[in-house]
Write a protein that binds this ligand. Structure first.
Ligand code: NI
Length: 173
């Protein structure tokens, strides 16, 4: 297992669509373990494979607040089946967009079909924070980011700021 480097905005790979997995074998299981390790290392509550540069439809989540009681969840090829009309709002951050929090309204409840880490087909009803996180991660699989929920002006400002931060460590000797 290993902690992977995080891909951050404005890297173009974050805009690409991820491909479905057609099997859950040794390599896929290793990827899932690496995703969990990377997510926990960075104190995230969700991570999509594309955020470590792998364009596969794999998402890991753990929205449990208790350090001692981890609740790891893995969704392979997740597909939203239903969305509630009732909405809820959270201030969302993203490991690929440092120091940025955006208030986003999303359906409060969703049902999702997926393959679990053992290759079994499953369905889950998700509510509250879990529902929001899952929708956020599925957005990643389709190349969509939280900054896309902002006006173009605000979005461009954030990208500009992050692009500058990226080069601030650059030294010319
Ligand atoms: Ni994210």
């Amino acid at each position: 297992m290993s902690v992977k480097d995080l891909i951050t905005v404005p890297d173009d790979i974050l805009r690409k669509k991820s491909e479905p997995l057609n099997k859950v074998d040794v390599n896929e299981k290793k990827l899932i373990k690496d995703l969990f390790e990377t997510m926990y290392h960075h104190n995230g509550i969700g991570l999509a494979a594309v955020q470590v540069g792998i364009l596969k439809r794999v998402v890991v989540l753990d929205v449990s607040k208790n350090e001692n009681e981890k609740k790891p969840l893995c969704f392979i090829n997740p597909q939203i089946k239903t969305l509630s009309e009732k909405m809820s709002t959270y201030e969302e951050g993203c490991l690929s967009i440092p120091n940025t929090f955006i208030e986003i309204e999303r359906p409060e409840i969703c049902t999702v079909s997926y393959i679990d880490e053992n290759g079994y087909k499953k369905e889950m009803k998700c509510a509250g924070l879990l529902s929001t996180c899952l929708q956020h991660e599925i957005n990643h699989l389709d190349g969509k980011l939280i900054i896309d929920y902002l006006s173009k002006i605000k979005k461009d400002l954030i990208i500009k700021k992050l692009s500058k931060q990226k080069t601030s460590n650059r030294v010319v000797v």
